[in-house]
Design a protein around this ligand. Sequence first.
Ligand code: F0G
Length: 450
Amino acid sequence: MPSVSRPAPPVSQKNFRFRCIACGEISDAARQDFRCSACGDLLEITYPQWKEAKPDAQQLKAKWRERKLSHRQVDLSGVWRFRDLLPALDHDDHAVTLREGNTPLYALPRCAAITGVRLFAKHQGMNPTASFKDTGMTVAASFALLAGFRWVACASTGNTSASMAAYAARGGMRALVLVPEGKISWSKLSQALDYGAVTCQLRTDFDGCLKLLQDLVKRAPVYQLNSINPFRLEGQKTLAIELMEQLEWQTPDHIIVPGGNLGNSSAIGKALLEMRDLGLIATLPKVSVIQAEGANALVRTLREAGGKKLITVAAETRATAIRIGNPASWKKAAHVLQATGGACEQVSELEIAQAKAEIGAEGIGCEPASAVTLAGLKKLVKQGFVKPDETVVLVLTGNLLKDPDFTIDFHRGGMFGENQQAELLAPLRHPPIVLDATLDAVIRTLERFN
Ligand code: F0G
């Protein structure tokens, strides 16, 4: 008779599976292109064990609060602090982290006065590389490393590439960046260069870059870190979890998100539905997606095709982060709009510039793509979709310093040429003043603005 018990049979440590969003096929592993092997649609991550052993909502809240006092790397991350609702790593110390998340929720009293609602901004531009991408990248980069990849790659309008390059560097991986030549902000590109990525400026648009990447991953052992990668969306879910914690688990009436490739709205919606199902929140906020008029694929898809098939567009907008005409995650985002009862709107270049300046006047800098949220809110209020005194959270996705050229052009007055409507924005413009270096000149200027 053996004196020691036999070791337990090896069990999979994995707490998640992949599920196809179209045919529902469940799988243990994903292909390099993150598409369903049965029908070719996108995958999402699912947690089957929640059905048998549902995590206790009160215990989760207490655990997440407790971790705020910890100094472990994994707890200092505003993403991994919520790891109970994320795919599990083999070891907590294997998270590739830059202390992402932990972003502020600001009240916006002046914009609230303009719109007549209770207004907050969740500022994801306060992440380590200054955009919301970091919350997803920490999870996806950690799994790239775990899977043993040497190379990671993305197509990008700038922020994904900056974030991916940083996390690849932290994890000791090589990064390949594909960006549309001349169509992204140099500030974002400078980040990728500094973090050591191999940066290719392709003579095409974002959609062309993404298509090329999809082909590349079928031929080369590179791990793609676009938001087609479902691990990215799991990390980005934590925006919504952290937001609910900051609001003491009282759901706002509306969350308003910019829409580009439509990964972020999908992630936020997934988090809300999961939190509702786990009893962490009692009601769902309406998640609304706002696009630039010149990059309005989802708006048109819903209005002209009833959300049944994607209408692609040739995208053009100075909000280059969302200059996307063939959004990969459109089906996921359409589902979120339908499940939460949200709206989808579009805003003009002028409305974006005005909203950005109005947010700036609150002492909060965001990039143009983020400002579509305030511009969209104004429209939704006018339409009666958002009601007076409702609580609204705008998701500010990137920092002002991501695209300084836009801000400078706006304030110096070069943005809209002779457009008469643009004259209405004059009170929001604060161009720099060149003066002789005399006390008199400065005092006269002070008096002029008094
Ligand atoms: N806001 C900013 C600042 C962005 O960088 C992006 C997307 C979005 C909004 C739209 O988010 O794609 O999840 O709907 N930027 C990507 C990039 C595409 O490559 O940096 P989405």
